[in-house]
Design a protein around this ligand. Structure first.
Ligand SMILES: *Cc1c(COP(=O)(O)O)cnc(C)c1O
Length: 378
């Protein structure tokens, strides 16, 4: 075999696949690293999902409904109770996780000669969608407090004329939500050149936003180029099912149908998501507890003398450590797995149950004392 086997695209050679380290529950009993909801479905919800999947199993010899009409209807109804209004099923699209939804957006609206743009620090998958669709990747920068400098952001959009702008709100890994003025300004900027760009507000953590933080769903009626993505992986406690979705102008949903794979949403996925949506109230029932736990975590970390980014999500970014890897490792050694991500010196902890957060606090205190780890002077 020649040394070039397999004949991979040059720009993919030597690249590590994306993903947080997955440790077993024996190695790390407290897992606070991928922003999952720590509360699984109740026995009643799990039984209903199992029943729905059982019913779907009887006709697995047939392809599923390609247009997932029933699921679209259920997602539409949910969105209209979760920050949206007047959303209709032709404005809703779904795929296997919002990651697939966003990849499809890049397949349809990105491509050679086109630009995808976001503002760092941001979700590390975005540049991968760009790479995989041969779209040029441009990253502007957030301010020191992780907010967006609106004038600079607008300037960059006008200068680079992206066909896709990716704006996570709340942002991962910082937890920062965008004000509606930011969305409006960037939608207008991206509509001001030919052929224009779409603005994707990634609300994977939308349900965790603090009181008074509006959803970009409210702006859908005002901007034809606005896309709001959501997922069932986080607040909805359904990461294992892989279901993400978006709301946007019907013409945008229609365009995605050109690039989606045939029957991309399996009958099992559709049945699972529909059953979960019937239990929405219960699956989302712990979101308020998690928001309280998040706010308490922010306060506690600040009391410990750490720098902490304000968070509208179910995780908290804190630091800054001269050797963040040593802090991360110290926590792992004490059975607590968090995420080494974000700008240098910062760490991200997902919000777990009260017991898990107590274990996190104890492990962090112990790690800092044992190793005499220094906080970096601000
Ligand atoms: C977790 C996450 C998602 C959701 O991913 P799924 O594919 O829906 O599981 C999307 N965007 C951001 C910023 C995330 O952190």
């Amino acid at each position: 075999m020649s040394s070039s086997f397999p004949p991979l695209r040059d720009e993919l050679r030597g690249i590590e696949p994306y993903g947080a380290p997955q440790l077993s529950h024996e190695a790390a009993p407290v897992q606070l690293n991928v922003n999952e909801n720590p509360y699984g479905p109740s026995p009643a919800a799990a039984a209903d999902i199992a029943r729905a999947v059982g019913e779907a199993a009887v006709s697995l010899n047939r392809y599923p409904d390609r247009e997932f009409v029933e699921l679209r209807g259920a997602l539409t109804a949910y969105l209209n109770t979760s920050g949206g209004s007047g959303i209709t099923p032709d404005m809703v699209w779904a795929a296997n996780g919002s990651n697939e939804v966003m990849l499809q957006l890049l397949q349809a609206f990105g491509g050679p000669g086109r630009v995808a743009l976001s503002f760092a620090p941001t979700y590390s998958m975005y540049p991968e969608y760009a790479r995989d669709t041969l779209t040029e990747w441009v990253a502007g920068h957030r301010a020191d407090d992780f907010s967006l400098d609106l004038d600079a952001a607008r300037e960059l959009v006008l200068e680079r004329r992206p066909s896709v702008v990716l704006l996570p709100s709340p942002n991962n890994p910082t937890g920062t939500a965008l004000p509606p003025e930011a969305v409006t300004m960037l939608c207008e900027a991206a509509a001001s050149y030919e052929p224009g760009g779409i603005v994707v507000v990634d609300e994977a953590y939308g349900e965790f936003r603090r009181a008074g933080t509006p959803s970009a769903l409210e702006l859908l009626g005002e901007h034809r180029n606005l896309v709001v993505t959501r997922t069932m992986s986080k607040a909805f406690a359904l990461a294992g099912a892989r279901l993400g979705y978006l709301a946007a102008d019907p013409a945008i949903c229609d365009a995605i149908r050109v690039v989606r794979l045939p029957y991309h949403l399996s009958a099992v996925t559709q049945a699972t998501a529909l059953a979960a949506l019937r239990h929405a109230e219960e699956l989302l029932g712990r979101v308020d507890d998690l928001r309280v736990e998040r706010d308490a975590t922010v306060v506690w970390l600040r009391e410990q003398g750490h720098e902490v980014a304000d968070s509208d999500a179910n995780f908290v970014l804190f630091g800054r450590f001269a050797d963040r890897h040593a802090v991360w490792q110290g926590l792992v050694d004490r059975g607590v797995l968090i995420r080494e991500t974000g700008p240098d010196g910062w760490l991200r902890v997902s919000i777990g149950t009260a017991d898990e957060m107590a274990a996190f606090r104890a492990a962090l205190i112990d790690t800092m004392e044992t190793h005499d780890l220094t906080k970096e002077p601000a």
